[in-house]
Design a protein around this ligand. Sequence first.
Ligand SMILES: C[S@@+](CC[C@H](N)C(=O)[O-])C[C@H]1O[C@@H](n2cnc3c(N)ncnc32)[C@H](O)[C@@H]1O
Ligand SMILES: [Zn+2]
Length: 375
Amino acid sequence: MTLEPGWHREGKATFCIEDAFYRPQSQVGRDLAVLAAAIYRSQRGELRVLDAMTGCGVRPLRYQLEAGADWVWANEGNPELRELLTKNLNAGMRPRSYRITHQDANQVFFTCHQQRDLYDLVDIDCFGGGAPYLSTGLWATRIGGLLYLTSTDTRTTGGHNPERSVQLYGAYARSHPAVHEQGLRLLIGSVLQQAATRGMRVRPVFSLFNGHVHRVMVRVSMGDPWEQEHYGFLGYCHHCGHYQTVAWHHLGHATCPVHNAAGGRDPIVLSGPMWLGPLHDTATLAQMADLATEWGWAKRVKLLQIMQVEANLPPYYYPLGEIGRHGQMDIPRRDRLIVALRDRGFRASLTHLDAQAIKTDASMAECVAAAKTCS
Ligand SMILES: C[S@@+](CC[C@H](N)C(=O)[O-])C[C@H]1O[C@@H](n2cnc3c(N)ncnc32)[C@H](O)[C@@H]1O
Ligand SMILES: [Zn+2]
């Protein structure tokens, strides 16, 4: 179907953009959220969404038209987008199934809490590190509901401003080759700790890095135990490329075992605290992949399959270039290296975080050894 001039389409939504901020590249984050929301709706029988920073309103449209949202609160801080938003939602959504406001997102969250008007899905598509909304978004999310967070501050999560990462996430972020994953884990770790101050827990449903932006959808719960092994530090040795996770009570003893064995004591760089547990919930990913198959979303099916295999691997990845550099050899072929590692009894997979990297429970030294056999 052709569109009138000025109208755009994404999924089942049609909308105008005009002066609103809308990035077509962010569609993958919206697609995954719509899938997760649709699964949630089918399980709970109801879906009430709070889209706290809605821009042109593409998300309210998609949450209703594709995920079956019963009610959507579309909030946008910029009141100048009122006319556009009204036009878009009027044209695409059921009457009396949404409201539009122009308030600061935090004001909305506190109003929700005060009025006990809690949401199944709270979507916060902010600019910057997301820190001002991590704890406050929880005030508007019902127990069992989903909170969808964003961070665009890859400089900070990438370890280029550790003092700032302390201020944003209460964690020291260092630079190393697996920082795309670190960005997700800092975000999850921070909201986990904030939730814990109120006796709540969060667990990732899915975590996504699309090359520019980090997004995590977490499920909020109450009464689950604190899993101390899932909240700690990541150690990296810049000399030999060895990664390790470090628990709080071992912080004083963290050194590189490769160098220790060789009689030296190389210091390692430590990042954290951060989430060290599974990056995604594989059961939900499987349901999302089934739905994406049903909807004919082949690209998303492929992405979800990669996310399923990477979900429970250690909290870092090895870029192929780093393996080549440490082995002083050509960059290994990814598929061959994965087979070689599996042949040696390790788990190994692609990762959605970097198309030129692998995730594995093998060490860098073991990756180099495997790469040598298949070069
Ligand atoms: C990244 S854009 C949203 C894009 C939209 N969610 C989409 O998927 O196309 C962020 C939006 O949040 C609005 N915004 C920024 N800070 C806000 C705040 N504190 N409260 C409410 N809205 C805010 C901006 O005006 C902008 O339209
Ligand atoms: Zn080392």
